[in-house]
Design a protein around this ligand. Structure first.
Ligand code: GSN
Length: 177
C-alpha cells in the first residue's frame, strides 16, 4: 500500500475540492477513488468505512476520516497551514467558514427545483457580491495562484475538478438520493 492519502468522493468538486487544494498546497500527492454508482456508496457504508455514512472520506495516517471540516483541519495542522498561533487560526477558521457557507449555496444550486432556481441564483449573486467577496483581499487570488504548489495545481492535467455541470446532476442524484 502506498502512503498517499486516498480520497473517496464523486469525480467533482463538492465538499472534496478544498481538501484537494489543501493537499496540493502542501505538496502532498494523493490518490482518488471515485464513486460512480449508488452501489459504490452502499459498499463503503456497509463495510464500516464511513463514520456517518457520508463522503467525503479520506484514508490518511491509518484513519478513515469523515467530515470535510475535520479532514481539512487535520491536513492544515499537519502541514503547517493552520496559522502560527490561536488568533491566526481563529482568522483562518472565520474565512474558511464563510467560504463553506457560500459553497453550500453554490453546491445546492443545480439541485434546486426549476421554479426556485432563479431566486436561488439571485441570492448567490447577492451574497457573493455584498457579503463574502468584499472581505477577501483584492490581491488574494494573484498571491495564492503564485505559490508554486498551487500554481502547479492550477495547470491543466492536475486533479483539480471543473465546476459541476447540469449534465452531471442525474448521475449524482442516483448516487446520493
Ligand atoms: O462536511 C461533511 O463532510 C458532512 N457534514 C456532509 C457530507 C455530506 O453531506 N455528504 C453527502 C454527499 S453530498 N456531499 O458532499 C453524502 O455522503 N450523502 C449520503 C448519505 O447517505 O447521507
Amino acid at each position: 500500500m502506498s502512503g498517499k492519502p486516498k480520497l473517496h468522493y464523486f469525480n467533482g468538486r463538492g465538499r472534496m475540492e478544498s481538501i484537494r487544494w489543501l493537499l496540493a498546497a502542501a505538496g502532498v500527492e494523493f490518490e482518488e477513488c471515485f464513486l460512480e454508482t449508488k452501489d459504490d456508496l452502499t459498499k463503503l457504508q456497509k463495510d464500516g468505512s464511513l463514520l456517518f455514512q457520508q463522503v467525503p472520506m479520506v484514508e490518511i495516517d491509518g484513519m478513515k476520516m469523515a467530515q470535510s471540516r475535520a479532514i481539512g483541519n487535520y491536513i492544515a495542522a499537519k502541514y503547517n497551514l493552520y496559522g502560527k498561533d490561536l488568533k491566526e487560526r481563529a482568522l483562518i477558521d472565520m474565512y474558511v467558514e464563510a467560504i463553506i457557507d457560500l459553497n453550500e449555496l453554490l453546491m445546492t444550486h443545480p439541485f434546486q427545483p426549476a421554479d426556485k432556481k432563479e431566486q436561488h441564483f439571485a441570492t448567490i449573486v447577492d451574497k457573493a457580491t455584498n457579503r463574502y467577496f468584499p472581505v477577501y483581499e483584492k490581491s488574494f487570488k494573484a498571491r495564492i495562484s503564485n505559490i508554486p504548489t498551487i500554481k502547479k495545481f492550477l495547470q491543466p492535467g492536475s486533479q483539480r475538478k471543473p465546476p459541476l455541470q447540469e449534465k452531471d446532476v442525474p448521475k449524482l442524484m442516483k448516487i446520493f438520493h
